[in-house]
Design a protein around this ligand. Structure first.
Ligand code: PLP
Length: 232
């Protein structure tokens, strides 16, 4: 497996290329078709210029965790980039559901009934429903977003009832200090139980392991864009 990612001084195009190579190798090593795994380039906190560099290098799927930031950066890029897809990957307040439904192609962070209601209402009003994932708090960390593990089955059924096939799958963010593999395995088995095809798991540090355990979306930020600028 290629672990020699270029240093932070190399270009976004170089780093994207290295991440794509590592993804390809990880898929082949797992006996999977590399085309089953989509790279979500997480551009949160990075300037528009960085997104444009990634677009120029052929990347078209992006992830942002704040609706307001995404609403400024992405809509203006759509006209010139019809293939662009925006995933919202951060915890979502119900009062942001309308904006989220308006700008996102996928919302990866459904985690409570009040948010389901807000998204359903916004989708009815706008005649537009993004693809959706349920975020599962596989580590049961109190400070984290995501539906608690023991409530996940009932919540997933609620979302399937509300949204039908627009509920595409599951997402998780394993606890930072733990081996992510048991979390990836748990998420995969939950998705299988509910017949859901999409598994969003794996970030810069562990996307190869996530691919080995069935990820179909990997969310990679710093390995592509470098360290995140701190917010003012
Ligand atoms: C920031 C973020 C990522 C990307 O993290 P990196 O470690 O920089 O790759 C992935 N998923 C979510 C939900 C994030 O907020």
């Amino acid at each position: 497996m290629d672990t020699s990612l270029p240093s932070a001084t190399s270009s976004i195009a170089d780093r994207l290329c290295a991440v794509r190579r590592s993804m390809h190798a990880a898929a082949l090593a797992a006996g999977r078709d590399p085309a089953e795994v989509t790279l979500v380039a997480v551009s949160k906190f990075h300037p528009l210029q960085s997104v444009q560099e990634a677009l120029a290098a052929g990347q078209c799927v992006f992830g942002e965790n704040r609706v307001q930031e995404a609403a400024v950066k992405f809509p203006p890029l759509r006209a010139a980039n019809p293939d662009l897809r925006l995933h919202l990957i951060g915890g979502l307040q119900t009062n942001k559901a309308r904006d989220a439904v308006r700008i996102a192609d996928m919302i990866e962070s459904l985690d409570r009934p009040a948010l389901v209601d807000a998204i359903a209402r916004a989708a009815d009003a706008q005649g537009r429903l993004p693809d959706l994932l349920v975020e599962v708090n596989t580590g049961d960390e109190p400070q984290k977003f995501g539906v608690p593990k023991e409530e996940a089955d009932a919540f997933i059924r609620l979302c399937q009832k509300q949204f039908g096939p627009s509920l595409r799958g599951l997402m998780c963010i394993p606890p930072a200090e733990q081996n992510p593999v048991p979390h990836f395995q748990l998420l995969r088995s939950m998705a299988q139980t509910h017949g859901l095809p999409v598994l969003s798991m794996g970030m810069s540090a562990d996307f190869e392991q996530a691919i080995a355990h069935g990820a179909t979306l990997v969310r990679v930020g710093s390995a592509i864009f470098g360290p995140r600028p701190t917010l003012a």
